[in-house]
Design a protein around this ligand. Structure first.
Ligand SMILES: NC(=O)c1ccc[n+]([C@@H]2O[C@H](COP(=O)([O-])OP(=O)(O)OC[C@H]3O[C@@H](n4cnc5c(N)ncnc54)[C@H](OP(=O)(O)O)[C@@H]3O)[C@@H](O)[C@H]2O)c1
Length: 334
């Protein structure tokens, strides 16, 4: 007897510019019956993330590209339905990289157990998952410490809001930029940022100088482009940059020219470090203990934008590129 029918999203074609629904296809597949050592999981939530845009292109990067006609993959949290592996039993909650589908069959090494006591379980895709870990890793990468003035771009998004809140918990002064007045309010009133501005409301450097007249020590870069250029100007002597992402350029056909003021790196002896969160997986337990501890103690505001149903997943993904999310964008599947 075969397992449940799963709906999955496949790559239909590679986009040029902003992806459209035509680049994706929803298909139905029957799962194979379980073999010894296998586990059947029903996904409860799946993640959509900006880095997936890069995987829609052909060519080598730090993660392999999605394959035409094949299901996409990415972070997910789900319920074990059936298990023929001794490590898991029905009712266990697991995270995996088998997103973009409703059910899947995996092996124990492809699954990571998490506690059902923490709710909502989607938090394992955000604050206590890949994006929260990115925020935590970025602060460690450039050794953010009490007293630093930290500027975070993409600040109302999944990585950004956690990076800013963790920096506050370390005793920093934190400034954020985001793309709407509602997001600016969220940063100031709910996340405890000391300052925030709408990067669409005026020149970034002017607004950053207003919020941080004495300059900044750390720039957590999620967006690149004009904001990176502004941060290079605002950074103080020996300032540090976490190069985490550059979403402002992800849909460009041709890379745009870089910042015109890179000489700031020389003049102010700045350090810019690239971050890939998967390099930090051997420190996952440390992350879970520290950030999980803050979460359980109610010290971290958890914010997410939840879209329901796998048929809405493509829209949720495309929505990342025009800022439709506050906090982590997740898709509820069950
Ligand atoms: N290096 C790593 O290991 C790693 C891991 C995870 C994520 N990342 C990177 O971190 C960044 C944030 O990822 P996330 O998962 O937290 O996504 P997110 O911030 O939750 O969602 C994307 C946000 O980007 C903003 N945005 C879209 N187009 C923009 C533009 N042209 N200029 C400025 N902002 C724009 C939008 O907010 P607004 O309304 O504010 O425009 C949108 O809500 C991305 O660059 C991602 O690639 C890196």
């Amino acid at each position: 007897m075969s397992g449940p029918t799963s709906r999955e999203i496949c790559l239909a074609s590679r986009p040029s510019g902003i992806p459209t629904t035509a680049n994706f296809k929803l298909v139905w597949t029957d799962s194979e019956p379980l073999k010894d050592g296998e586990v059947l999981v029903r996904n409860l939530f799946m993640s959509v993330d900006p880095y997936m845009r890069g995987r829609m292109n052909e060519g080598k990067s730090y993660v392999p590209p999605f394959q035409l006609g094949q299901p996409l993959d990415g972070g997910a949290v789900g319920d074990v339905i059936e298990s023929r592996a001794p490590q898991f039993k029905p009712g266990d909650v697991v995270t995996s990289n088998f997103g973009w589908r409703e059910y899947f069959v995996g092996t124990p090494e492809q699954l990571h157990s998490v506690s059902r006591e923490i709710q909502p379980l989607s938090v394992y895709l955000g604050t206590l998952g890949m994006t929260g870990m990115t925020a935590w890793a970025g602060l460690n990468l450039v050794e953010v410490k009490a007293g630093d003035i930290v500027f975070v771009s993409g600040a109302a998004g999944a990585v950004g809001n956690v990076a800013g809140q963790l920096a506050k918990l370390r005793g920093c002064r934190v400034i954020g930029s985001a793309g709407s007045a509602e997001k600016v309010r969220f940063l100031r009133e709910e996340c405890g940022f000391d300052g925030a501005f709408n990067y669409k409301a005026g020149p970034v450097l002017e607004q950053l100088n207003r919020e941080a007249p004495q300059g900044i020590d750390v720039y957590f870069d999620n967006v690149g482009g004009e904001t990176l250029e502004a941060a290079l100007s605002a950074l103080r002597l020996h300032g540090r940059i976490v190069a985490c992402g550059g979403i402002s350029g992800y849909n460009d056909g041709k890379p745009r020219p870089g910042p015109s003021n890179l000489m700031n790196i020389v003049a102010k002896r700045l350090t810019m470090k690239g971050l890939i969160v998967s390099d930090w997986l051997d420190r996952r337990a440390e992350f879970e203990q520290e950030v999980g501890g803050y979460f359980k103690a109610g010290k971290l505001k958890h914010k997410e934008t939840v879209v329901k149903g796998i048929e809405q997943a493509v829209g949720a993904f495309i929505g990342l590129f025009d800022g439709q999310n506050i906090g982590k964008m997740v898709v509820e599947l069950a």
